[in-house]
Design a protein around this ligand. Sequence first.
Ligand code: AMP
Length: 308
Amino acid sequence: MSLLTVGSVAFDAIETPFGKTDKIIGGAGTYIALSSSFYTQDQKIVAVVGDDFPQEMLDTLTSKGVDLEGLQIKQGEKTFFWSGRYHNDMNSRDTLVTELNVLEHFDPIIPESYQGVDYLMLGNLSPQVQRSVIERLTVRPKLVAMDTMNFWMDIALDELKKTLALVDILIINDEEARQLSDEYSLIKASKVIRAMGPKYLIIKKGEHGALLFHGENVFFAPALPLEEVFDPTGAGDTFAGGFMGYLAATDDISFENMKRAIITGSALASFCVEKFGTQRLLEITKNDVAERIEQFVALANFEMVQTI
Ligand code: AMP
């Protein structure tokens, strides 16, 4: 089944306790598309870059099966640029620079050939842009998932709530879930957020795994204990890409299958953090992913012997 990703395609500059990079390729849309390409070849992207964006990376995306008809290249303009510095715990970071450039007036145009897409992943962008994509699709996809961040809760909460009312799944981290719901308990937060629209909610807890909520059901997926986290940038997007790629490939949106999709997303995210930027996602094979998924299964698997 086909998957449409909407998200930033960007330049990033990253500082971690292990080192720093000059401008490298980043962007939520890039991570999502690279990650889901392990599962679905029927992928489309709606995004915008400037004429400074390297053709080589566009060719790489094409070689991974990503249809770039919906990628706008703005002549004479610059690609979105983001720079961040991680603290020693590698969980928190400061944004040093955000240059919106082409994203400032981004109008997400949907090519005719994209109409009828089966799955939609809305990467972190302004909630107005995210909503206009849903409204511009003539047939509602089987599943609409979205990511967002504190930034939009701070400056565009009403817009965010309008968009949330239209999506099936929200994928956010624990800190964002607490801010959005005004509840500290993630169980309470999940109820408040699902009352805003999304029937499903995924709360990512970094090195502590992820929770999936639907109705009265809760599923917990661990994160793989890694010796070293080198650069967490894009891990959340890589998770979302693996999750949606798996659902699109299997075309099954039952709660049971979403559990498998979460493990898939977690496995891909565990690779993403091993090197700077998209580097690790570009060098691993499907076999590497399959092996890591086996590690996840082993990690969470046990036979209980009841003694009471
Ligand atoms: P994550 O680490 O999952 O939060 O995603 C990091 C990616 O998000 C980076 O590659 C950035 O280019 C991108 N990014 C950061 N801020 C924004 C923003 N305001 N809008 C769109 N993309 C962003």
